[in-house]
Design a protein around this ligand. Structure first.
Ligand code: MN
Length: 246
């Protein structure tokens, strides 16, 4: 099995090295990742300028850094170093739960794989733990267990996995879709001009069975995702209430 590893935190992230180390037990690994951090880039692709890659010295790995987005990396990686059987993205330094799935570059790299008909799996861990060496021995055995589980279900083409540091089990979950928790905070720059920070306010009370609920209860959250955004219930309702004839 040929595995492409990418992320949105950039090629020098400790999370990426940790994921690549686990992936090596499952197949042949090639790393193609952004040259600088690309968090919150979602599914962006670079279409207004050409992109290029540089071979990068990551001990023990074949690795390339790209001056582009996570999605660019997966598309370029599949083109240049394919055929690729599996794309693993992460480990993101910060959880990707609920609404964050819409913004995440980590999840987008896995989605880009699915768009290319390659399996894509995204992995994230709590931001505060990501800089601490002792967190990895706690996280990585769960990452391997989740990977084994997902590989045993080949029908799952796209999934989002979040691993809390104090995990004591795994749960299949759905995406939490509580109202958007985004917030804009006005501020002033040193020249007295107005500027704005995008931030979030934590939403409390995660719905049971969701990704946020699982992680809050120290479970590894495994959410199968799909690319089809169609609201099937509303489609049916629209067709029933307002039939449109050809
Ligand atoms: Mn990130």
């Amino acid at each position: 099995m040929r595995i492409l590893i990418s992320n949105d935190d950039g090629i020098y992230s400790p999370g990426l090295a940790a994921l690549a180390t686990v992936a090596m037990r499952f197949g042949e690994v090639v790393i193609v990742a952004p040259d600088v951090e690309q968090s919150s880039m979602s599914q962006a692709i670079t279409s207004s300028r050409p992109i290029s890659f540089r071979k990068t010295a990551l001990p023990g790995f074949e690795a390339y850094r790209v001056n582009g987005t996570p999605s660019d990396c997966v598309a370029l990686g599949a083109f240049n170093w394919g055929p690729i059987d599996l794309v693993l993205s992460g480990i993101n330094l910060g959880e990707n739960l609920g609404n964050a799935i819409w913004y995440s570059g980590t999840v987008a790299a896995a989605k880009q794989a699915a768009l290319l008909n390659i399996r894509g799996l995204a992995f994230s861990m709590p931001a505060g733990e990501a800089d601490k060496e002792p967190a990895y021995p706690l996280i990585l055995p769960w990452l391997e267990k989740a990977l084994v589980l997902l590989l045993a279900h080949p029908d799952i083409r796209l999934a989002n996995v979040n691993i809390p540091t104090a995990a004591h089990g795994m749960q299949w979950t759905r995406q939490s879709c509580r109202q958007y928790d985004g917030k804009v905070v006005p501020a002033t720059d040193p020249m007295g001009r107005k500027n704005f920070w995008y931030t979030v306010t934590p939403i409390t009370g995660a719905e049971e069975g969701t990704d946020r609920w699982a992680v809050a209860n120290n479970y590894v959250s495994i959410t199968p995702l799909r690319l089809d955004l169609t609201d099937d219930r509303m489609l049916e309702e629209g067709q029933l209430r307002h039939p449109l004839h050809r």
